[in-house]
Design a protein around this ligand. Structure first.
Ligand code: ZN
Length: 423
């Protein structure tokens, strides 16, 4: 979910795209966090994997098979890195996971993944869209002492960035870094009053000079992501970075897997979009190419169920079912098409899935780009209520994910009753 600003984003300079030609590393085989690679040929300070990150406890809570399955997928995808414009790792993983349950997979010129599962000749085409990118940072320059100054990629609250550990994706391998700050002992009373601005922050990778950092493969344009791992909380709730929107991506992938072998009328195009967090960009080009009869964006949204937020900010809660958006960004984003809402709600009802209705004021999704494509595409959004989005400690309830997978599968099976193929 992108933060909706009142004026159109102007900072949409193209970022160095590694998508097209980069030789992607194989997706991690296990659910464990990908090891941070050391550039063996350099004199870089030896990087060791953090010792304190224990493996998830072997005992899993009493969960249904499906819940364990979506949990594993979500762990794999949220631990992986893919800041806007640098989604190639996520692309590769999704491609591997979708292989075998769709008829074709293509990459478009912007890096979107378009996986097509063909239905009958007369059935409508559904576009499912889940963005693959996560918010992150990008190196702007290396100072004379080897500290990295950075730009924000996507909607961060600056305070969230302070004192985070990060992964710097240098050209010679990934490096650990920390976003450092002045200890409280030496802050003035005035310092302590104001949140630190990201422009006053820096990343410490242990380098001693500009040349030292450059020798490790860091330069302007190097991507940086937050270093956080998936962990289980109580009551089927989990935490990690990037649930926005690996949650949506996992739902889309799992729904395509479960559709395998089912005979359905509709053709389903599952699109993993790029650069949602920086202006809903991948959705724009992929929607044009897919030219669907109906579309659903799958994303995360904001619940109002924890301290510091009220039910007036959001009536949604985690664990209460998928959220069917009625309107977001006060209508400046998406006002969902009534037939799409009816289709989704009736599909949910047919499987006894509780849904929540979402009316939001401050954020939007790929659906906003998609519904304005060509002559207009009836579009809706299904979201997972996720606490603390746009932080490295997002929290969601796995039962919402599992219910949403069933909902998407059911909607795909029912689509031909509500929508027909264009001409
Ligand atoms: Zn977002």
């Amino acid at each position: 979910m992108v933060v909706q600003s009142k004026k159109p984003s102007t900072s949409v300079k193209s970022v160095p795209s590694k998508t097209a030609k980069t030789t992607t590393k194989a997706a991690p085989k296990s659910a464990a966090k990908p090891a941070v690679k050391t550039a063996s040929a350099t004199k870089a300070a030896p990087q060791t994997a953090p010792k304190t990150t224990a493996k998830p406890a072997a005992k899993t809570t009493a969960t249904k098979g499906n819940l364990a399955n979506v949990s594993m997928l979500l762990e794999k995808y949220s631990n992986a890195y893919g800041v806007s414009g640098d989604e190639h790792r996520i692309y590769k993983m999704a491609k591997d996971d979708l292989n075998g349950c769709v008829d074709e997979i293509q990459e478009d010129p912007l890096g979107n993944l378009i996986a097509v599962r063909r239905g009958s000749k007369t059935g409508p085409t559904i576009m499912l869209a889940a963005h693959m990118d996560e918010i992150g940072l990008m190196v702007k320059r290396i100072d004379e002492n080897g500290f990295l100054k950075f730009a924000k990629i996507g909607g961060w609250f600056d305070q969230t960035l302070l004192n985070q550990r990060v992964i710097v994706h240098g050209s010679k391998g990934d490096l650990y870094g920390v976003i450092g700050s002045k200890p409280p002992h030496v802050m003035t009373a005035e310092d302590a009053k104001h949140p630190v601005k990201h422009t006053d922050m820096f990343i410490d990778i242990g380098a001693k000079s500009t040349e030292d950092a450059a020798g490790m493969g860091v330069e302007a344009g190097t991507y940086v992501s937050t270093d956080r791992e998936f962990k289980k909380l109580a009551n089927d709730r989990v935490t990690s970075k990037a649930f926005d929107n690996r949650a949506g991506l996992v739902i889309m992938i799992e729904a395509m897997r479960r559709l395998k072998g089912k005979k359905i009328e509709a053709t389903v195009c599952a699109v993993g979009t790029v650069q949602e967090e920086v202006g809903l960009k991948g959705a724009k080009t992929s929607a044009y190419a897919v030219d669907a009869d109906v579309a659903i964006a799958i994303d995360t949204t904001i619940p109002g169920d924890h301290p510091g937020i009220s039910k007036n900010d959001s009536a949604l809660e985690i664990g209460k079912g998928p959220v069917v958006t009625i309107a977001d960004a006060s209508g400046r984003g998406l006002i969902a098409h009534p037939t799409v809402v009816k289709w989704i709600r009736e599909s949910a009802k047919s499987k006894k899935i509780d849904v929540q209705l979402g009316v939001g004021e401050g954020g939007t999704t790929d659906a906003t780009s998609i519904h304005l494509t060509k002559e207009g595409i009836p579009t809706g959004t299904i979201s997972i209520a996720t606490r603390y989005i746009h932080s490295p400690v997002e929290v969601l309830d796995l039962n919402d994910i599992e219910a949403c997978v069933t909902l998407v599968v059911t909607a795909a099976e029912n689509a031909h009753k509500y929508f027909s193929k264009k001409n």
